[in-house]
Design a protein around this ligand. Structure first.
Ligand SMILES: [Fe+2]
Ligand SMILES: [Fe+2]
Length: 154
């Protein structure tokens, strides 16, 4: 079976999360059950994705080149942390039928979209330059395997 290289795999994850986020932001205040379900799905996708990036892709990228990579690495890591520690837990404690929920979903969506766009436009572009096709394949393979493990355990 043909596998995705690292960048294809991460982009595919981004697309999936973008879709779930727009589904969530299109729900109404009455759709409590749907909102909770979508939020749990998003949380799991984001956790698995952030973890494979932090365990596998970011460290490889960081080692690959100059100062600019170091800066991108630290920015990206802190953005993961903010979503994981602040925005998602806050949203989980928010009543899904409230106006606040709607507003907090908007914040989550904006943050994740900004983060994914920066990765795609800066980090992945640079990664494409510094890694060989073989290295990208190998990183993709490792992340796909790790994703499967994490999906079972998270
Ligand atoms: Fe990320
Ligand atoms: Fe990402």
């Amino acid at each position: 079976m043909a596998s995705l290289n690292a960048i294809e795999l991460l982009r595919e994850d981004h697309e999936k999360v973008r879709q779930l986020l727009s589904e969530l932001s299109n729900t109404t205040n009455r759709a409590a059950k749907k909102r909770s379900e979508l939020l749990q799905k998003i949380k799991k996708e984001v956790e698995v994705h952030a973890q494979i990036e932090e365990e596998i892709f970011y460290p490889a990228f960081r080692k690959s080149s100059a100062e600019e990579s170091e800066k991108l690495y630290h920015e990206a890591k802190e953005e993961h942390r903010a979503v994981d520690r602040l925005v998602l837990p806050d949203l989980e404690e928010t009543e899904p039928t409230s106006e606040e929920f709607q507003g907090r979903v908007k914040v989550l969506k904006d943050m994740i979209e900004h983060h994914a766009e920066e990765e795609e436009q800066e980090m992945f572009v640079k990664a494409q330059e510094v890694f060989s096709e073989e290295e990208l394949e190998e990183l993709g393979q490792r992340m796909a395997e790790r994703k499967q493990e994490l999906r079972k355990s998270l």
